[in-house]
Design a protein around this ligand. Structure first.
Ligand code: GLN
Length: 226
């Protein structure tokens, strides 16, 4: 049995089961976690999945950020545990201040759903080490509030310190500053992105298998620290 990887379900989570399935396909042990729990159940890494937690009321992720489990996620992230936020999970990580910046309504003012081309801008994170630097990949994107924004100083710091992890290619779908699709914290253990790698792990559904390296990366990391 591989390492234990948890996926948190919030009220309104949508992609928790796909995230669990991707974890299982990668060879890790899946651990469903509940938003109201104050335990991470001895997991070695945790994923905050996509969806519409708390109905996106106030702002996406603004209520989930206060879920009891988030206190534990914040504590564990501070101790170096790998944390991946996918779409709504990325929004929650920004609201929780585990990642810099914020996600605002798409500039096109509509929900956007498409196969999105991306460039891998950093392989120095626990979730992207199995990619090649500069690799171009295709990952499903589907959100209404995916515009990444931050103050100029923060954007410059993210660019300068190599904390931009993914950039949109072939058109910016949501008005994100500098075409930023995903970022990491300084340590590289917390990563958030708007596209959905958990949907791109099975040749039957396609359009690529470019989600698999996320899970291979964290398994490599966990094997190295075990
Ligand atoms: N796919 C998702 O996780 C969607 C996130 C959020 N509900 C939004 O529309 O932006």
């Amino acid at each position: 049995m591989g390492p234990r990887i948890g996926v948190v379900t919030f009220p309104g989570s949508l992609d928790d089961h796909d995230a669990l399935r991707a974890v299982r396909l990668s060879g890790a042990e899946t651990v469903p976690l509940w938003h109201g729990s104050d335990s991470l159940d001895d997991v070695a890494a945790v994923i905050l999945p996509g969806g519409f937690s708390y109905g996106d009321y106030l702002r996406c992720g603004a209520i989930s950020r206060f879920a009891p489990v988030m206190s534990e996620v914040i504590r564990a992230a501070g101790a170096g545990m790998p944390v991946l936020g996918i779409c709504n999970g990325f929004q929650i990580l920004c609201e929780a201040k585990l990642l810099p910046g914020a996600l605002i309504r798409n500039d096109v003012r509509t929900f956007v759903c498409r196969d999105q081309r991306l460039r891998v801008e950093s392989v120095d994170t626990t979730w992207t080490s199995a990619f090649e630097l500069g690799q171009e990949i295709t990952i499903v994107l589907k959100n209404g509030e995916g515009g990444f924004v931050a103050d100029a100083e923060t954007v410059n710091r993210l660019e300068g310190e190599g904390q931009v992890v993914f950039r949109y290619l072939e058109g910016n779908p949501n008005g994100s500053f500098n075409d930023i699709a995903g970022v990491t914290n300084e340590r590289g253990n917390v990563v958030g992105l708007m596209p959905h790698p958990e949907h791109n792990v099975d040749p039957l559904t396609g359009p690529s298998l470019d989600g698999l390296p996320f899970f291979a990366s964290v398994l490599d990391f966990l094997a190295a620290v075990a």
